[in-house]
Design a protein around this ligand. Structure first.
Ligand code: DSN
Length: 445
């Protein structure tokens, strides 16, 4: 078989290095997971060659019979996985999904209420840096002193501003989100509730976090963050799918179909939709339930270990895959912690924390996630090792400023070796010798 190694060795070498790096790095970026090789294979399939605007059975191009069947399969699998009655698998990302939902439910200038970006919200939940905060009248809710969603203040804001859309969901929030409580608050003013479960979709699918699909009017998610799917988005609705939209006539699911295509996207990505179909099937398998169990157990263990090592763990612990810590007690900024850890083969990203006085590119916090550690088969025992490694790096780093630091190269070498050893004992669930996606790209024999 002719592979990318023959046709484009330069690119193949980069992809090989990426695989080797992933295999020997402790990835604790909370928004990442590892796609099953079969998901990568579907995503690299010849469906990439198909152009087909529209929806199954109603395309604007010929030759879409297989893609129709694949998209229908993806929709049915998504509905089955989340107990939904409606699914749209075409959004290219959850940001696209959120913007499509907002454009269907809001007119420019209408009011939207979402979690403040600085409190752990997402850009598309009304941040001024996004069109969601510029086209609409965006109001934000925040956290209370314990770092949890401030429902009292949220209720006041809803009554004061009477938003048309209330968003429940976060990018950096380690606790269970009470979607039913959000819905009750939204109902006091007749607002639509949008649940964005991007970070917790795997836990929701596995029954380890309350499922908002029948509670919210609409639910959106990324398909890669915790579902092990391709980069992409998904829109779901449950019992509310027939609820009329803002025009008082059109049911929500019809509005959503139009909101995605043609209002905000053109041609969907057929190969990505095939990869989504595969990922939804993988997430319905029993092994996924065990991974979800480990994700939560590991995060709790990591939070406990870090707390015992003297770090301030936000909210005192976690209910999901995420642990947020304040690194200023180690004399570091978030970005210095992130860079020093990366130098040692550990990936975790800087994050703003409540009351943060440092700018967004610097921050005072670090966000850790256990998705990939659990996918590697690591358990609470390895979380002790991970916490020790994190502590060794953070305690061994001296900040010269908010962005400059010094760390002893000998310490870097020791930690890198320990990281490599830990990773080799818990290899990634991908075939790093066959380079599955690369060899599948090969043409001819
Ligand atoms: N929302 C970003 C994150 O949480 O890392 C990624 O899209």
């Amino acid at each position: 078989m002719v592979t990318l190694h023959h046709t484009d060795p330069e690119l193949a070498a980069l992809l090989d290095t990426e695989v080797a790096q992933q295999n020997s790095t402790l990835a604790m970026v909370a928004s990442a997971s590892i796609a099953d090789p079969s998901v990568l294979a579907a995503g690299g399939s010849a469906l990439s060659n198909v152009t087909a605007e529209g929806y199954p059975g109603a395309r604007y191009h010929p030759g879409a019979q297989q893609f129709d069947a694949v998209e229908t399969l993806a929709v049915e699998r998504a509905k089955h996985l989340f107990g939904a009655r409606y699914a749209n698998v075409q959004p290219h990302s959850c940001s696209s999904a959120n913007l499509a939902v907002l454009s269907a439910l809001l007119r420019p200038g209408d009011t939207l209420l979402g979690l403040d970006l600085d409190a752990g919200g997402h850009l598309t939940h009304g941040s001024r840096a996004s069109v969601s905060g510029r086209h609409y009248n965006s109001v934000s809710y925040g956290l209370d002193e314990s770092g949890r969603i401030d429902f009292a203040r949220l209720t006041d804001l809803v009554l004061e501003h009477r938003p048309r859309v209330l968003i429940a969901g976060a990018s950096a929030y380690p606790r269970t989100i009470d979607f039913a409580r959000f819905r009750a608050i939204a109902d006091t003013v007749g607002a639509y509730l949008l649940a964005d479960i991007s970070h917790i979709a795997g836990l929701v699918a596995a029954g380890r976090h309350p499922n908002p699909v029948d509670v919210a009017h609409l639910t959106t998610t990324s398909t890669y963050k915790q579902l092990g799917g391709p980069r992409g988005g998904l829109i779901l609705s449950g019992r509310e799918y027939k609820t009329p939209g803002p025009d008082g006539r059109t049911p929500l699911h019809r509005l959503m179909q139009r909101a995605v295509f043609p209002q905000s996207q053109g041609t969907p990505s057929p190969a990505s939709i095939a990869a989504k179909a595969r990922a939804f099937a993988v997430a319905a398998e029993p092994a996924f339930l065990e991974t979800a169990r480990l994700i939560v157990h590991n995060a709790r263990a990591l939070a406990r270990e870090l707390s015992a090592l003297g770090y301030q763990v936000l909210t005192g612990g976690t209910d999901n895959h995420m642990v947020l810590i304040d690194v200023t007690s180690a004399g570091l900024s978030g970005v210095v912690a992130e860079r020093a850890l990366e130098e040692c083969g550990i990936l975790a990203n800087r994050n703003r924390i409540p009351g943060d006085t440092k700018p967004p590119l610097v921050t005072s916090g670090l966000r850790l996630g256990t998705n990939i550690l659990a996918q590697r088969g690591m358990g609470p025992e390895q979380m002790r090792e991970c916490a020790q490694l994190l502590h060794t790096v953070l305690a061994g780093t001296t900040a010269r400023s908010d962005t400059e630091y010094r760390i002893d190269p000998a310490l870097v070498a020791i930690v890198r070796e320990e990281v490599r050893w830990l990773c080799s004992c818990h290899p990634l669930p991908i075939d790093t010798t066959a380079h599955v996606p690369v060899s599948l790209i090969g043409v001819g024999t």
